[in-house]
Design a protein around this ligand. Structure first.
Ligand code: DQA
Length: 144
């Protein structure tokens, strides 16, 4: 059975409480449960990590690269717009990766329009809320 990864970055531990008009009412626990249920339907294993620390996200990508992870769904939160180190971790891991954002970052402040990670990912989904994570996982599983 193949294993996929779900990585959530800074402040996403506060989903449901944090700006619900932007990010919705689903909590991180519920989100991980929903993606986990989808993984079960697709007959794959899912490992989840959320961290507010850039280094912890990079360490996890590195571990997953060594363990031969089949694909990764990543919402790096604000690190998307700042972190060359995360971009390098994704590129160096050779894990097929889909970047996801709950909100449509292109409708928002200009600083959210740039993603350092996008060019290292297979694709990007934004503005579809929780559905974006499910679509990303379905895509990665179907792709292989
Ligand atoms: C986000 C968008 C980012 O700009 C923001 O910093 C987040 C969440 C999203 O899911 O819409 O933390 O990645």
């Amino acid at each position: 059975m193949k294993t996929y990864g779900l990585l959530n970055g800074p402040n996403l531990d506060r989903l449901g409480k944090r700006e619900p008009e932007v990010y919705g009412h689903t909590t991180l626990t519920q989100l991980e449960q929903l993606v986990g249920d989808e993984a079960k339907r697709l007959k794959v294993r899912l490992e989840c990590l959320q961290s507010n620390r850039e280094g912890a996200l990079i360490d996890q990508i590195s571990k997953w690269a060594d363990s031969g992870l089949a694909g990764m769904v990543i919402n790096a939160g604000a690190f998307t717009h700042t972190s060359i180190a995360l971009r390098d971790a994704i590129a160096g891991s050779e894990i097929p990766c889909v970047e996801v954002h709950l909100s449509n970052v292109h409708k928002r402040e200009e600083f959210r329009h740039r993603s350092y990670m996008a060019a290292a990912c297979v694709g990007v989904i934004c503005g579809l809320g929780v559905e974006g994570y499910l679509a990303a996982l379905r895509f990665l599983v179907a792709r292989k």
